[in-house]
Design a protein around this ligand. Structure first.
Ligand code: GRF
Length: 226
């Protein structure tokens, strides 16, 4: 089976990238590889983490370029790497319509709040300032609007008394790493459908059902023999 190729875009630390790479290595995301990591910032620590894993990295600086001109360079690099799925992992840029069209339905983002609450920057700070009792994180498909595409996975993180932006962010990050893996596994498996805005696991295929019946027959057959 050919492995599905993931392109990761990041601008900073890269812990979500690393969580995905670990999940692939551990078989939690089967038949996949991270084929390229691209950053707009050459000082992004995530690039070093990728290079240490011998994953090809590319820096594409954005200075002096219009949004679409920049995105054309990134899309070309992703296409050259024959990427099937793009995972944004702390990529601090908005994507142009050109980018979205080039990978429509094949771009995921992770956001540190329960969308649609607190989109945009400093989501953890927004949650604390608003005084919510629960926050969390969201993996969603990326469309033309900010932090707004269909939701693939979410996790709830309760706010604790005395939480600061840092303590809350740290607890949310643990959940980010877990649900990004789940979301990527689901999307790469293709076993989902989108109804309106809702991402649903798709009904098992006839092939899956046949396999299940055969398995059950084998088991009951064995039980009878005993
Ligand atoms: C995460 O909190 C993610 O939700 C947000 O940016 C941060 C990236 O962290 N989009 P890291 O670089 O993956 O560690």
């Amino acid at each position: 089976m050919t492995r599905k190729r993931i392109g990761v875009l990041l601008s900073g630390r890269g812990s979500n990238f690393e969580a995905l790479a670990d999940s692939i290595a551990a078989g939690r995301i089967p038949d996949a590889e991270i084929s390229i990591v691209i950053s707009n910032r050459e000082d992004a620590p995530g690039l070093r983490r990728a290079a240490a894993r011998l994953i090809p990295v590319r820096v594409i600086p954005s200075k002096g370029l219009e949004r679409e001109a920049y995105d054309r360079l990134v899309v070309a690099a992703l296409n050259k790497a024959r990427v099937d799925l793009v995972c944004l992992a702390g990529f601090m840029r908005l994507l142009s319509p050109h980018f979205i069209a080039a990978f429509r339905g094949r771009i995921l983002n992770i956001h540190p709040s329960l969308l649609p609450a607190f989109p945009g920057l400093e989501a953890q700070r927004q949650a604390l300032e608003y005084g919510v009792k629960f926050s969390g994180c969201t993996v969603h498909f990326v469309d033309e609007n900010l932090d707004a595409g269909p939701i693939v996975a979410q996790a709830i993180v309760p706010i604790q008394p005395g939480d600061t932006e840092e303590t809350l962010a740290a607890r949310i990050l643990v959940e980010e790493h877990r649900i990004y893996t789940e979301a990527v596994r689901l999307v790469l498996s293709g076993k989902f459908r989108i109804e309106g805005r809702t991402v649903l696991p798709s009904a098992p295929s006839k092939e899956d059902e046949d396999k299940k019946h055969k398995r059950e027959e084998r088991l009951t057959g064995r039980a009878k023999q005993r």
